[in-house]
Design a protein. Structure first.
Length: 126
């Protein structure tokens, strides 16, 4: 599948990647639309302090569920969804103060943002 990747500040390319395989507790999504936010732009410009390279940007998107296992939220294939871009622990200093985007344990925007995959293909997201 086609994927946008920022190799280093100012250098973007489209690469081919293998289709991901869904794991337990995850959903396979077909990206429909993606937004470019300030951290994506800062990663491209080299001004975002928390960026590492290479980076697949994109944590603001809408998608169609392609595959999903049994879940307690009644999510099913074919549903159109968006995502909360933050996975967080709920226990660290930042989470205890309501700053889940600053979680020191498990966050999506930098380590896990993967919304800029070919809109005709799918991506994997918890």
């Amino acid at each position: 599948m086609k994927t946008i990747i920022i190799n280093k500040p100012g250098e973007v390319e489209i690469i081919e990647q293998a289709m991901p395989v869904r794991k337990q507790g995850e959903a396979l999504l077909k990206i429909l639309y993606g937004g470019i936010c300030g951290s994506d732009l800062g990663t491209y410009r080299g001004t975002f302090a928390y960026a590492s390279y290479p980076r697949i940007p994109g944590h603001e998107f809408s998608a169609e569920i392609i595959e999903i296992g049994d879940n307690d939220r009644n999510l099913k294939p074919g549903m159109i969804v968006t995502c909360n871009p933050y996975f967080n622990c709920g226990h660290c200093y930042s989470c205890q103060r309501g700053l889940v985007n600053c979680c020191t344990i498990d966050i999506l925007p930098m380590p896990k943002g993967r919304g800029f995959l070919d809109t005709n293909d799918t991506c994997l997201l918890k």
